[in-house]
Design a protein around this ligand. Structure first.
Ligand SMILES: *Cc1c(COP(=O)(O)O)cnc(C)c1O
Length: 378
């Protein structure tokens, strides 16, 4: 086990990101999806965990296909891993010639984007790779089926473009019996057949668990890599990836009748001890977790967030813990096993994805790499 610290503000909470766990989650998903290839969405800075660290770690595990949202996100990590495909899901929306030069593969979501990329190939004087994104029912981004069919009928529109992937995206994969899943699968089967021989992809994290027929040639699990439960109705099969640990900076005795925090919203009803921890909504800790909705682990005990979440502070009611167990310097676990992003997301009225992608810039990030020697090859 080795750790490497990066960035952050002295005194701020420590965010531990287990790159070994991300790699093991990827292997688990890859095994489940096989013989389909397993890619990795790393948009939004790898769901807030750091694309510059996650991309090389997954490339070492064997991942070859990385999905970003914006072109600039893909360009920012070029050169960090050899022989990988970097896809920009939003398409050639900016820095088009730079994308072409760097070999970033755009998703083409509209006929206009197809024309932009064909012109880029002409300017570059060579063929360029691209993925075609067909919208099968999300009605958000991607070619409407009629435009996708038009491209199959008029292949000149794709002059100079080598298609390396045809894909679509599921709207309800986390709801296994939602009828839209089967409808999107049927639509995608019909549409991908218009480009025979081009690899196809449909499933996100939850989509992999809908069954092998959803996996096609390549899968794109994001959230599950980062420890979020891809199953809405069963225990989480993924390994936890993050731990957010903040030190208690003060412990206050508060006797009734009195109140804690802004707005005097938390009324103390008996002799209490309040532990103050230096994390707040400026760190992405949701303000909606105030007044008993958030929780933390202190010396193994679950304790509630009381009062409002401030910009830089939260207050925990630690009255149930003996005094010697909570002192200035005691660690409070705000995210980790037993207090995972899904739980905190639900408590905050959102989802684990949003909890991860809002993890703040002040945290001192520590990357844990499992550097146990590779099994000998025979
Ligand atoms: C974000 C995204 C994914 C990953 O979805 P998860 O639910 O995080 O697994 C897959 N495909 C596309 C097109 C995406 O935008």
């Amino acid at each position: 086990m080795s750790t490497a610290a990066s960035s952050g503000i002295a005194g701020a909470a420590r965010l531990e990101i287990d790159l070994g766990a991300i790699a093991r989650n990827w292997r688990r998903l890859a095994q489940r999806a096989a013989p389909a290839r397993c890619g990795a969405p790393v948009k939004a800075d790898a769901y807030g965990l750091g694309a510059a660290q996650v991309v090389p770690a997954l490339a070492r595990a064997g991942c070859r296909d990385f999905f970003f949202a914006h072109p600039g996100e893909a360009l920012a990590v070029r050169g960090l891993a050899p022989d990988v495909h970097l896809y920009a899901l939003h398409g050639p929306t900016a820095a088009v010639d730079e994308m072409a030069a760097a070999g970033v593969i755009p998703a083409l979501n509209t006929l206009e984007q197809v024309a932009v990329w064909r012109d880029a190939a002409k300017r570059a004087g060579r063929r360029l790779q691209a993925a075609l994104h067909v919208d099968t029912g999300m009605n958000r981004l991607g070619l409407p089926p009629a435009d996708f069919e038009l491209l199959a009928r008029e292949p000149d529109r794709l002059d100079g473009i080598d298609l390396v992937l045809v894909f679509s995206h599921l709207a309800c994969a986390d709801i296994p019996n939602h009828p839209l899943n089967a409808a999107q699968l049927a639509a995608f089967r019909r549409l991908r057949a218009l480009f025979p021989g081009v690899p196809a992809a449909l499933a996100n994290s939850s989509g992999i668990f809908l069954g092998p027929e959803y996996c096609f040639d390549l899968v794109r699990p994001g959230a599950a890599l980062y420890g979020i439960n891809p199953l809405s109705d069963a225990a989480n099969p993924m390994e936890p990836v993050v731990r957010l640990i903040a030190e208690v900076i003060q412990v206050r005795r508060v006797d009734a009748p009195d109140t804690v925090g802004y707005g005097a919203e938390h009324a103390v009803t008996g002799p209490s001890r309040i532990a103050t921890v230096a994390v707040g909504y400026a760190d992405g800790y949701p303000r909606s977790l105030g007044n008993g909705r958030g929780q933390a682990l202190v010396d193994g005990e679950r304790v509630p967030v009381v009062g409002r979440v401030s910009m830089d502070l939260i207050t925990l009611d630690v009255s149930n813990l003996a005094e010697h167990r909570v002192q200035p310097g005691t660690e409070a676990i705000l995210l980790g096993p037993g207090i995972d992003p899904d739980l905190i997301g639900t408590a905050a009225g959102t989802i684990g994805y949003e909890i991860l992608t809002r993890l703040g810039p002040r945290y001192r990030r520590v990357y844990i790499t499992d550097d146990s020697p590779a099994a000998p090859t025979r």
